[in-house]
Design a protein around this ligand. Structure first.
Ligand code: NOJ
Length: 757
């Protein structure tokens, strides 16, 4: 211990002397490399820094590439020269970033490299399906791989930090940001969080991030952002500690357990205290309970927002509250840079607090190896070679095919690729290109996605296509255009309609109270329906929609979401059966907006509805059933699968034991397919009431035509655990219901297990 401190002092001294000699040289950062521990390097560097330079490390400036809120300060160069720019975001490109890094190293006193960040959410240049879509593949390797490819492209373009993954549990489709999530389920999102962190960072532990293809991941938004009142973005959140701990926190814990480097605050208040000033979540939970070592950045100007939240009277007080809550970096808000020094002089914050925050951000720079080579991400040749490689594009196609969910099919699909039918292509999404990437593939070139039209005309060389747009994505009903489309439909053997939401209608600041297909398009659909032609409806949209009318009135529904750069090709492969659909929903589709929030693993009521008496004083709606239109876990295939012969290896499980639950799944069709087999468990009676069922496992299996697979899940006491009344994790004795099922509403093949200690 003593030896170490002597080492640190000597090391600091040598650096100090070097720093004095090299005041104007641009190589002083070299002196911070070498064999000493990162802790020693951080300490020695801190000992050389002025308070202003330390506060600079807590400051992130927007390079203005993408603006998602009020622009506070664009004069970053002046700060750069003073060594006060810890990080920049909304900046990309090896050449431009090299210039910025060179500028910073040349002009700043201590030559601390800048951390370049951006939102790399579902692809960088190669755009992948939006995250909610991709999650419907239930393929964790696929999800990890798209993050890995994104990191390879983005790190080649100068970035070493992404603001992803977004792991907010999302149960309200009015909220536009559900498109960025992995849906409604906790167990599932925990796994996605792990896959994404590994994909971006390349490793699942918080240690060495020096591989040049490593990108720091950022678990966001901490916490509760998905539970905003009435699905309105940025709105207040009120929830019990139980809901917080059972539902909203676990994905973030999973990210920490898998080595995530950074966290981002959320915009919402949580039980009256804005997340960005919330000690309970950042200090008590994230640091003290979970022992998180990395950095915490605010969301965009979120410290400033403590004022309108009514939590701080001015920006200075907001800065004070944010630092005290445990925030390390201020994203584009200028609260820290303008006020921390005064707060320190006034004794409201301590230098130790500033040191702690600065050392976390410096540690990340050391772990990335930026002090050894601040230009490691800034190589134009590498950028060129690693952008949109053929294998990346092939993976984007594979990913898109596996993300598309077949919701309904009355024997119209697949449409043989040799069809000579007269096919009418109708709707504003048929030739739409701009929306196909979805909202958060910011760096993706919107001109590059293949359209539905291109995909279909390429695939169906023999078909006779006719086309009518019929409506615009966002405009009013246009009867003239509708009439033209009806005429085109009348003259066809089959109609394929592509409808949906403009990409700006989901994502940030894009909540809707009406989640039906936009009116003008719905009118178009109704008019085409009147022709009596069979309709295949392809949907491109960012949230679960109310499709009750469509479910009754069209022959097939294909939920394609926003599929990314290979949109048209993937859709054509699905419609033709060249890829047999395998995706299943990770978010419930309600019957109408009035059912929201609706998700599969709710508690039961004391008066469950048994569907008998229309007014029996049980828990139900007068106008629609309680059940959703399409449940969590649901999705069709061109194959048909039968679940049979469910059994438990033992009906009793003891404390150190395990039991195997198994079922046979037979592909009864004459096409090979894939099936996502899901394990659900219910704790029948517990000291705290438990959901009617919870997902505890799943397997995605390829099952050939006629083949039967015996699917097995091991059940351990850990899987039966709940949080008791004191929030301790316990497994309680008693009965458990178990289903191995194709989706969450399936109640067949019930198995019952007893747990005894
Ligand atoms: C605001 C969003 O909430 C956040 O997710 C994003 O990372 C930042 N803007 C930066 O663009």
């Amino acid at each position: 211990m003593r030896l170490l401190s002597i080492k640190v002092i000597l090391y600091s001294l040598s650096i100090f002397l070097l720093g004095c000699q090299n005041k104007s040289s641009n190589t002083a950062w070299k002196s911070y490399s070498g064999d000493a521990s990162i802790e020693a390097k951080v300490d020695s560097l801190l000992s050389l820094m002025t308070i202003e330079e330390k506060i600079g490390q807590l400051t992130q400036f927007s390079g203005q590439g993408t603006v998602t809120g009020p622009q506070i300060n664009d004069d970053f160069k002046e700060y750069m020269d003073k060594g006060q720019v810890g990080s920049m975001f909304n900046v990309v490109g090896a050449k431009g970033l090299r210039q910025l890094q060179e500028h910073a190293l040349k002009h700043s006193r201590l030559k601390i490299p800048i951390l370049f960040a951006a939102d790399v959410i579902h692809g960088f240049k190669t755009t992948f399906p939006m995250p909610l879509a991709e999650s419907c593949s239930w393929d964790l390797e696929l999800m990890e791989k798209s993050a890995r490819i994104s990191a390879i492209e983005a790190t080649a373009a100068g970035l070493c930090w992404t603001f992803a993954p977004m792991i907010d549990i999302s149960r309200d489709p009015r909220w536009g940001r559900v498109m960025e999530s992995a849906g409604e389920d906790v167990y599932f999102t925990n796994l996605v969080a792990a896959a994404k962190v590994k994909g971006y960072q390349g490793i699942s532990s918080y240690k060495d991030f020096s591989d040049p293809h490593t990108m720091l991941a950022c678990a966001k938004h901490f916490v509760g952002y998905g539970a905003g009142l009435a699905g309105r973005d940025y709105h207040s959140v009120d929830m019990s500690d139980r809901t917080l701990r059972e539902t909203y926190l676990p994905p973030f814990k999973s990210a920490v357990d898998n080595g995530v480097a950074t966290f981002m605050t959320s915009f919402n208040t949580l039980n009256g205290v804005p997340a960005t000033g919330n000690k309970y979540i950042f200090k008590d939970i994230l640091r003290d309970e979970w022992n998180f070592k990395g950095g915490v950045v605010t969301d965009y100007t979120a410290i400033n927002e403590l004022v309108p939240h009514g939590y701080a009277q001015d920006l200075k007080e907001a800065a004070n509250k944010a630092l005290n809550a445990g925030i390390d970096m201020d994203m584009n808000g200028a609260a820290f840079i303008q006020h921390l020094k005064t707060l320190l002089d006034e004794g409201k914050v301590t230098e130790e607090q500033i040191n702690v925050a600065a050392s976390r951000m410096l540690e990340l720079k050391f772990l990335l190896g930026l002090f050894d080579d601040p230009f490691k991400y800034l190589d134009e040749k590498r950028e060129k070679e690693n952008t949109m490689k053929p294998e990346f594009l092939a993976e984007a196609l594979k990913n898109a095919e596996r993300s598309i969910v077949l919701l309904k099919n009355e024997k119209v699909l697949p449409l043989a690729s040799t069809t000579s039918k007269r096919v009418a292509l109708i709707g504003p999404m048929i030739k739409e290109r701009r929306s196909l990437n979805g909202e958060w593939a910011i760096q993706g070139d919107r001109r590059l996605s293949t359209t539905v039209y291109e995909g279909l005309t390429e695939k169906y060389k023999n078909a006779k296509f006719t086309y009518a747009q019929g409506a615009t994505l966002t405009g009013d009903v246009d009867r003239k255009e509708i009439n033209k489309a009806v005429a085109v439909a009348k003259n066809s053997d089959l109609v394929i309609m592509a409808l949906g939401e403009d990409f700006n209608w989901s994502g940030e600041a894009a909540s809707r109270t009406d989640i039906q297909i936009p009116l003008a398009q719905k009118e178009l659909l109704r008019a085409v329906k009147k022709t009596g032609k069979k309709i295949v409806l392809v949907l491109l949209n960012g949230r679960p929609l109310d499709l009750s009318w469509e479910d009754e009135n069209v022959d097939a529904i294909v939920e394609a979401w926003y599929p990314g750069i290979k949109a048209g090709d993937a859709i054509a492969n699905i419609l033709s059966g060249d890829y047999n659909p395998s995706a299943k929903l990770t978010m419930t589709f309600p019957r109408n907006v009035g059912q929201i929030p609706i998700y599969y693993n709710t508690l039961n009521t004391g008066r469950p509805h048994d569907h008998s008496d229309p007014k029996d004083y049980t828990s139900f709606y007068l106008d629609v059933p309680n059940s959703p239109l399409y449940p969590f876990g649901y999705g069709l295939s061109y194959s048909t699968f039968k679940y049979h012969d469910a059994k438990l290896s033992n009906t009793t499980l003891s404390a150190n034991g395990k039991v195997t639950a198994s079922i046979k799944v037979t592909n009864e069709s004459d096409v090979d397919g894939e099936e996502i087999v899901q394990l659900y468990i219910q704790d029948v009676a517990a000291s705290v009431a438990q959901p009617i069922k919870s997902l505890k496992g799943f397997e995605k299996l390829s099952i050939q035509k006629g083949q039967t697979i015996d699917v097995q899940f091991e059940i351990t006491p850990e899987m039966l655990a709940i949080l008791d009344i004191d929030m301790n994790k316990v497994t309680e004795e008693g009965k458990f219901n178990i289903w191995i099922a194709p989706h969450a509403e399936y109640d067949g093949n019930l198995m019952q297990l007893n747990y005894t200690e």
